[in-house]
Write a protein that binds this ligand. Structure first.
Ligand code: ADA
Length: 576
């Protein structure tokens, strides 16, 4: 039997303002910090809502980096000797140290993936207490080591306690695929069955019985596509108890030479990147924000989304329902050691392990969703470094082992492709022709025309882009599909210019339409991902009077007001 107790809702919360060692998680090993005592009087702690980020709990936490403690009491109505108790955290950014009833249950590092902790030996029948210390500081290991998006802190995704007792089914792995030649689903289910009895699966009203938990179901159902995102009811039960009940879609994603294929046919990805950052919720992926954003993307003609880090289940579920193909990746991001550096993060065991852990958790959490199409393994790293290739090879191998049905991808910085085409199935190219090459000085980012004292109508001039593509093609070690995984420019929301000044929405719109048109000149390019859907907090941008803490490459502003480039995207994608 499985019982789920939601630990979402009110928690007690306090920041640790005195960060000397005795107060944080790194205190004397084996000793419980006072913050974790169940009986501690927490009169002076605040009541906050989980999921959430502390930057939204009050103005005073907006730039706080450090340790905060969370505490909650909960009841377990009945518990038997052999009950397995599993805490499931959807995401805690960044390090979580968990205490149950004052006992240390373990820790987890990396902020965007789901993880579980077996707390069977710590829970009791009746009243229980959980305390979590959350640390968002970039300490020893923290991918990425270069921050391109805001460093939020907190328990930003759901927390549940799962209780398994007597006969049960756990560790369910559900992978949907589609056999194009047979016109049939390939639903693979694996799990861990404790006890005798049959597993019953109901798919689209049809019942199937299995005595083992190694299941494949071929059913004559219609394939899922972004244009027709058909989903079917799936229920998995064991000895009369339900372990999974949701909608599921089936499709086949693969590559063939230079082509990206969906359900056996060449498919063009009209994509947009999505660095989720909500003015209301920060990193917490609330359903109303997701649905607002995804509706705008759909209406803008977008059929594919690329994210810079693994997302919440709610996002994948909505993409399944609304019809988006999704490229997800762990935040192995912009890591560029110079050639002469040795023992880089690409080879240090604790960093490598952490990267593999992220890939593993990302795939385990997302593989049941039809929308999830490509597993990226990194973004804009120095892949020519001698330690990079073995690192990325190990990530690609792990990805294939955990889910052989999905292609792997990598997003390269311009022509920094190394021998990546040997390792991944799809190569993404990020380039900003028509934008960064138009700006004279990387610190002030002054428009060239203005600097020379001339005002002239800006033209994008994408010659550089076309020669980049020739360089990339020459560097490929074999034929694989290419995608433009980032391109665009920045615009200040509400800055219009008939002369098409740089930083205006007009110029931004022009770059978007000209780049999409330019992509059609290269048959190897299977799709385009505009960077990015919304403006977002970006600490990596210099404060130059144009950027004021926000990355301004959004089709919509941070507050989700539509910018002119959104209409350019819509026009280009709807006419293709
Ligand atoms: C890179 C990076 C993005 C963003 C972008 C930019 O391509 O992958 O996250 O930072 O640059 O705005 O320049």
């Amino acid at each position: 039997m499985k019982q789920v107790i939601s630990l979402n809702g009110d928690w007690k919360f306090t920041p640790v303002l005195d960060q000397r060692p005795q107060n944080n998680h790194s205190l004397i090993e084996g000793e419980t910090p006072a913050y974790a005592y169940p009986e501690l009087i927490r009169r002076d702690w605040e009541t906050v809502t989980v999921p959430g980020v502390w930057q939204r709990y009050g103005e005073r936490y907006s730039i706080y980096e450090g340790v905060c403690w969370y505490s909650k009491e909960f009841d377990i109505s009945s518990l038997s000797q052999d009950t397995k108790a599993l805490l499931r955290f959807g995401g805690v950014i960044y390090r979580a140290d968990v205490y149950v009833n004052g006992k240390y249950a373990g820790f987890h590092e990396s902020g965007y993936t789901e993880f579980t902790m077996d707390v069977s030996e710590f829970v009791t029948e009746g009243k229980n207490h959980i305390a979590v210390s959350v640390d968002n500081r970039p300490l020893l290991i923290k991918w990425p080591d270069d921050w391109g998006y805001f460093n939020y802190g907190g328990i930003h995704r759901s927390v549940n306690l799962e209780l398994y007792s007597a006969d049960y089914l756990d560790n369910l792995e559900i992978t949907p695929d589609y056999d194009v030649s047979e016109n049939s689903t390939v639903l693979t289910i694996k799990g861990n069955k404790t006890g005798d009895g049959n597993i019953s699966v109901t798919l689209d009203g049809q019942d199937y019985l299995f005595d083992s938990s190694d299941i494949v179901i071929n059913a004559p159902l219609s394939p899922w596509t972004p244009e027709n995102p058909v989903l079917y009811d799936l229920k998995i039960s064991f000895n009369g108890n339900t372990y999974f009940e949701d909608k599921i879609g089936f499709r086949n994603v693969k590559t063939d030479g230079e082509d990206f294929l969906l359900n056996g046919k060449k498919y063009r990805l009209n994509g947009c990147c999505y660095v989720y950052d909500s003015p209301k919720y920060g990193l917490y992926m609330a359903k109303d924000q997701l649905s607002f954003d995804l509706n705008l993307l759909k209406d803008g003609g977008v059929n594919a989304i690329r994210t810079h880090y693994p997302m919440d289940e709610a996002f994948y579920a909505l993409c399944d329902k609304m019809g988006f193909l999704v490229w997800i990746e762990p935040n192995i991001y912009c890591t560029k050691p110079s050639e002469d550096e040795k023992n880089t993060v690409f080879s240090r065991p604790e960093w490598v392990e952490n990267a593999k852990q992220m890939i593993g958790e990302m795939i385990v959490n997302s593989r049941r969703f039809a929308s999830v199409a490509i597993y990226g393994i990194g973004n804009e790293c120095n892949v020519s470094h001698s330690e990079a290739m073995p690192f990325f090879k190990s990530l690609a191998t792990l990805s294939k082992k955990l889910d052989p049905t999905r292609p792997t991808g990598y997003a390269a910085l311009y022509d920094w492709v190394g021998t990546m085409s040997d390792i991944v199935d799809i190569l993404g190219i990020n380039s900003y022709f028509g934008w960064y090459d138009k700006i004279s000085d990387i610190y002030t980012h002054t428009p060239k025309a203005e600097k020379d004292g001339k005002v002239e109508v800006e033209d994008c001039n994408l010659d550089g882009f076309h020669s980049l593509m020739e360089t990339v093609k020459a560097k490929l070690t074999r034929k694989i599909p290419l995608l433009l995984t980032e391109f665009g420019g920045d615009s200040i929301p509400g800055y219009y210019s008939s002369a098409c000044d740089l930083w205006s929405e007009d110029y931004h719109a022009k770059v978007i339409s000209e780049m999409i048109n330019a992509s059609y000149k290269h048959k190897e390019i299977n799709g385009t991902f505009i960077f990015t859907f919304n403006d977002y907090l970006d600490p990596s941008k210099p404060k130059n009077g144009f950027w004021k803490e926000h990355n301004l490459k959004g089709m919509v502003s941070y507050d989700r007001n539509i910018k002119l480039p959104y209409y350019a995207m819509k026009k280009a994608y709807k006419s293709n």
